[in-house]
Write a protein that binds this ligand. Sequence first.
Ligand code: NAG
Ligand code: NAG
Ligand code: NAG
Ligand code: NAG
Ligand code: NAG
Ligand code: NAG
Ligand code: NAG
Length: 209
Amino acid sequence: MANPTVIVILIAITATAAAAAAPPATQYTNHTVGGPTGWFFNATTNSSFANYSSWAASQTFNLGDYLIFNTSTNQTVIETYNETTYRGCTPDDDAFEYGGGSNAFGEAQTIAVPLTLEGPAYYFSGAGDGEQCQQGMAFAIQVNKGLGLPPILNQPPPPPYSEPPSASTQWPPVTVAGDQTPGNGGMRSGANMREELFGLLALLLLLRL
Ligand SMILES: *[C@@H]1O[C@H](CO)[C@@H](O)[C@H](O)[C@H]1NC(C)=O
Ligand SMILES: *[C@@H]1O[C@H](CO)[C@@H](O)[C@H](O)[C@H]1NC(C)=O
Ligand SMILES: *[C@@H]1O[C@H](CO)[C@@H](O)[C@H](O)[C@H]1NC(C)=O
Ligand SMILES: *[C@@H]1O[C@H](CO)[C@@H](O)[C@H](O)[C@H]1NC(C)=O
Ligand SMILES: *[C@@H]1O[C@H](CO)[C@@H](O)[C@H](O)[C@H]1NC(C)=O
Ligand SMILES: *[C@@H]1O[C@H](CO)[C@@H](O)[C@H](O)[C@H]1NC(C)=O
Ligand SMILES: *[C@@H]1O[C@H](CO)[C@@H](O)[C@H](O)[C@H]1NC(C)=O
């Protein structure tokens, strides 16, 4: 008689614990923004193809996940952590623009945005001087810790700010390449040796005087 009761209680406890805790992340997820609809704005109807806030509310975002913007060059993707910038639909200094580089209209493009910071993050289209953003091309997300950043994304500073560091990290290889040029290296070490000899002679002369 006791055994079935114990089992029922155990099942109840297990079920309660499972319901209370958010489903733990077991893998990194790529979220296609807007689902099959993608990230598009219809200039004729002056409206977004989907309600992106609703879409975002249907997803659970974790560190290391990607937002995949299936879109065209008619829309842009701007990321900010500043809610004021997001509400104002204005790409400010503290916002990062993904994609770009094409002035053609309607060219298909896929933009992958890694989620590298825990907490709120905001996305909007900067096309049409903020008009697209005002008409629904904007959404906010909450990034949970999940499994934490995978090593490939866990390099300070995070990828969204990679522009200045990538410029500076290119310096050492450039310098090394220059030094390794045989002609330069030979001439330089020759010149260095001559300078050193001259310095030594000058020193000896000074000491004797
Ligand atoms: C998610 O997207 C990123 C960036 O495009 C890609 O490197 C990765 O392989 C994708 N992961 C999955 C599970 O599709
Ligand atoms: C991306 O968008 C195109 C055109 O809207 C669609 O045909 C394609 O299935 C979409 N891809 C994904 C992965 O949703
Ligand atoms: C935009 O909306 C209009 C009117 O509903 C429709 O005719 C047109 O095909 C839409 N444009 C795109 C690119 O879906
Ligand atoms: C689209 O909506 C915005 C904001 O309401 C408005 O300023 C703009 O004139 C509209 N554009 C068109 C083409 O209807
Ligand atoms: C989008 O959906 C949200 C609820 O998720 C709703 O509050 C909002 O009014 C919707 N926006 C539009 C433009 O329909
Ligand atoms: C967010 O942006 C607004 C407007 O540009 C600015 O005044 C404010 O200082 C920013 N907030 C933070 C926390 O950077
Ligand atoms: C992209 O924008 C151009 C210029 O405004 C317009 O002619 C074209 O129909 C747009 N394409 C889509 C798919 O919305």
